[in-house]
Design a protein around this ligand. Structure first.
Ligand SMILES: Nc1nc2c(c(=O)[nH]1)N[C@H]1C(S)=C(S)[C@@H](COP(=O)(O)O)O[C@H]1N2
Ligand SMILES: [Mo]
Length: 332
């Protein structure tokens, strides 16, 4: 199974050091097939990131495959060390460093992801199926948190579209509802609201069906050439790059086609601050802060960053037709 590298993503990676490491991993992924790597995980307790960055391998890389359409010096990849240590995963605590500290014991094998609701062919995927049932692709996406920081992350995943198509949605299904694992024993934030930030668990999210079917929408199973670490939402999480990060729900156990707009966790918590759509939009401020700019997390200390302008739809202009005629201030 080869990782396909789509040309559509609009990020470049011109950080030389990170790129060299990254290309090497990618080459190894290609040679081994991610399925082989997934299999290594089967017997391990909890999830361990698979290190595919093995011994020196000087095979020529096809760098053209990683040349993205918009070269832009602001698009340096966020170093892996920060992608996996500066997280929001309130099930494990509300500080950015809590998830890495508290989530390491999360047991993701066995795992069951159920796809059902208004579909012709409901199904359940086990842990191994997440890595082997669909063609894995690599996507480098910007991720913009509603808190006004952002990263550029090389994901590995499955277009959500392929998974939904396998379930054959019925015409009555207009929205897709997602649910995170509910397991208070493993997730301290779910048993203690002081740890979990007051969210009513399980964490739930939703998309309109056309958003879910958009080719940019993926279910990620890995990043930086490794399976997802627990703090990033192992074993499978949503990534919707034109929306605020909170839409990208982690550690998913249920994907359900529904008729009506489903409830979403942050909207339930504070409806005036977090809408259902949550499209990145520099012109619609959060009631308590501006969304015009963001801190792009880069090299240096854990919290070091560049301040840059935020772009409408996080720069993914190709999604604009999904919202034609909609008042983006009202449907924030
Ligand atoms: N289940 C769950 N999913 C979640 C969250 C969470 O607290 N719980 N936080 C969200 C927020 S606010 C963001 S910004 C992203 C962060 O993803 P990352 O830690 O991989 O960068 O995950 C999102 N998905
Ligand atoms: Mo976020």
């Amino acid at each position: 199974m080869l990782i396909k590298v789509p040309k559509a993503s609009q990020c470049s990676e011109n950080d030389v050091t990170d790129e060299a490491i990254y290309l090497k991993r990618r080459q190894l992924l290609k040679q081994m097939g991610f399925i082989g790597a997934g299999a290594l995980l089967a017997g391990s307790p909890g999830v361990q990131a698979i290190n595919l960055f093995g011994d020196d391998d000087e095979t020529a890389f096809n760098t053209r495959e990683l040349t993205y359409s918009q070269q832009d010096s602001a698009q340096t990849l966020t170093p892996e060390s920060k992608v996996i240590s500066h997280n929001n995963f309130y099930e494990f605590g509300t500080d950015k460093t809590d998830p890495k500290e508290n989530a390491q014991g999360l047991n993701v094998d066995p795992w069951q992801l159920r796809v059902d609701g208004l579909v012709e062919k409901p199904f359940t995927l086990g842990f191994e199926d997440l890595f082997s049932s669909f063609e894995l692709q690599e996507r480098i996406y910007r991720m913009r948190c509603v808190e006004a920081w952002s990263m550029v992350i090389p994901w590995i995943g499955i277009p959500l579209q392929s998974l939904l198509n396998r379930a054959a949605p019925l015409s009555k299904g207009k929205y897709v509802a997602f649910e995170t694992l509910y397991d208070p024993e493993q997730m301290p934030g779910q048993r203690n609201p002081f740890i979990g930030g007051g969210i009513d668990y399980p964490y739930v999210e939703g998309l309109r069906l056309d958003e879910a079917m958009h080719p940019l929408t993926i279910l990620a199973v890995g990043l930086y050439g490794k399976s997802l670490p627990p703090q990033n939402g192992a074993p499978i999480r949503l990534v919707v790059p034109w929306k605020y990060g909170f839409k990208s729900i982690k550690s998913i156990v249920s994907i359900r086609l529904v008729e009506k707009q489903p409830p979403t966790s942050w909207n339930l918590l504070a409806a005036n601050e977090y809408g259902f759509y949550a499209n990145v939009n520099p012109n619609v401020d959060h009631p308590r802060w501006s969304q015009a700019r963001e801190r792009r997390i880069t090299k240096g200390g854990l919290f070091s960053s560049n301040r840059i302008d935020t772009q409408l739809f996080n720069g993914y202009d190709e999604v604009a037709p999904l919202y034609r005629g909609m008042d983006l201030k009202r449907f924030y």
